[in-house]
Design a protein around this ligand. Structure first.
Ligand SMILES: *Cc1c(COP(=O)(O)O)cnc(C)c1O
Length: 386
């Protein structure tokens, strides 16, 4: 049965529960597992260490396989319309594994990174830690930035923190056959499925909307079976698997993901309109406005503008800093996508490690709109903005 998004969000990754005789997600915290025999255990171990699934020798060891994690992965693959997904201990661990898998799969050590990107992503790629040569470029420069040894193109849309939208299909064409990874953290599978537009890999910081309750850190990469095997191989060897407790919490959050995202988006639309007419606000960055979506990608690539927005203030850095100190209902904190609203200053925090020329301007605040009453959120910001 080909289920609609909302039904998938509720039921995906739960296929084996009936046979287990349980209704809620089981949480398996075993770090090791009894082996049925030396040979079968060894065969299963080898299958998983090379990226495969466990055989009749069982799950062997929790760095290789965990059923609670595997259920969350199956759910993510179903939501992203990919064959499989592989879950990691954080979004950054997921990105690290994707770059290492691309290097080994493609045999090149050059990455094209389309700016703007999440500060941590920009930082990791610029650091040289992964042993890849990175060319940072604008979306329109991908075709001239790719090389014969390019193993991966990295893209984020909507981009962090100013919510620029990038045409995924256009970047796929410009990449001319090189694999494309799209960070879909801001859009979530509710609003955008990059694989349906030609992306090879879809990455999420599951810490954000997927979990939605601010109590679990995780990352996931969705893709075809061959890429999933390459990612699991890196994960088995380097040890970045998601903890089962986090997998349980993240999977538990998925049934309400469509409801949460749509409700938060409806409030963000109201907030963007209200802030657009607010005297202290110089500019609103939101894909739901005509200026925020010049290429008309909302409706074509995204099913809605999302629930993240940014504002630039006439009062500059000092006013922005003051707002973070004066909010009461919003929390001044990094991260995003949870049930409660957050505000943060990208230039000073999430984007601090980004090269000065690519750093967002210091009069900008990023808002993650939660599930509070929108009137209360407006009252809080009005007080904080002065
Ligand atoms: C938070 C975030 C990441 C990193 O994920 P962690 O779970 O914090 O490691 C990557 N990309 C985007 C867009 C993010 O917001």
């Amino acid at each position: 049965m080909d289920l609609a998004l909302d039904s998938r969000a509720v039921h995906a990754g739960r296929d084996d529960l009936r046979a287990l005789g349980v209704h809620a997600l089981p949480l398996d915290l075993s770090s090791t597992n009894p082996l049925p025999g030396v040979e079968s255990g060894g065969t299963s171990y080898e299958a998983m260490a090379t990226g495969g699934h466990p055989t009749d020798g069982g799950n062997v060891y929790a760095r290789l396989w965990n059923p609670t994690v595997a259920r969350f992965e199956a759910a993510l693959a179903a939501l992203e319309h990919t064959e499989e997904a592989v879950a990691f201990s954080s979004g950054m661990a997921a990105l690290t594994a994707a770059v290492l898998a691309a290097r080994t799969e493609r045999g090149g050590a050059h990455v094209v990174a389309v700016r703007p990107l999440y500060g941590g992503t920009d930082h990791l790629l610029a650091s040289g830690l992964l042993g890849v040569d990175v060319t940072f470029c604008a979306p329109a420069e991908v075709a001239t930035s790719v090389r014969d040894d390019t193993c991966l193109v990295v893209l984020e849309t909507p981009a962090n923190p100013t919510l620029e939208l990038v045409d995924i299909a256009a970047v796929v064409r410009a990449a001319q056959g090189r694999p494309l990874l799209v960070d879909n953290t801001f859009a979530t599978p509710v609003l955008q499925n990059p694989a349906l537009h030609g992306a090879t890999l879809v990455l999420h910081s599951a810490t954000k909307y997927l979990g939605g309750h601010g109590d679990a850190v995780g990352g996931v990469v969705a893709g075809d079976a061959a890429w999933a095997a390459a990612l699991r191989r890196v994960r088995a060897v380097t040890g970045g698997i998601l903890h089962p407790m986090a997998a349980y919490l993240l999977h538990r959050g998925l049934p309400t993901l469509p409801l949460r995202v749509r409700a938060q988006q409806a409030s963000a639309e109201k907030m963007a309109g209200w802030l657009g007419g607010y005297p202290a606000v110089r500019r609103v960055f939101f894909p739901g406005t005509p200026e925020g979506d010049p290429a008309g990608l909302v409706g074509r690539q995204m099913r809605g503008p999302g629930a993240m927005l940014a504002i630039a203030l006439h009062g500059g850095h000092d006013h922005a800093a003051r707002v973070t100190e004066r909010v009461r209902l919003f929390t001044h904190a990094v991260s995003l996508g949870g049930v409660d609203s957050l505000v943060q200053h990208p230039a000073a925090l999430t984007h601090r490690p980004v090269a000065p020329g690519a750093r967002p301007s210091s009069d900008i605040l990023r808002l993650s709109i939660g599930l509070e009453d929108v009137g209360d959120l407006q009252q809080d910001l009005a007080h904080a903005l002065g």
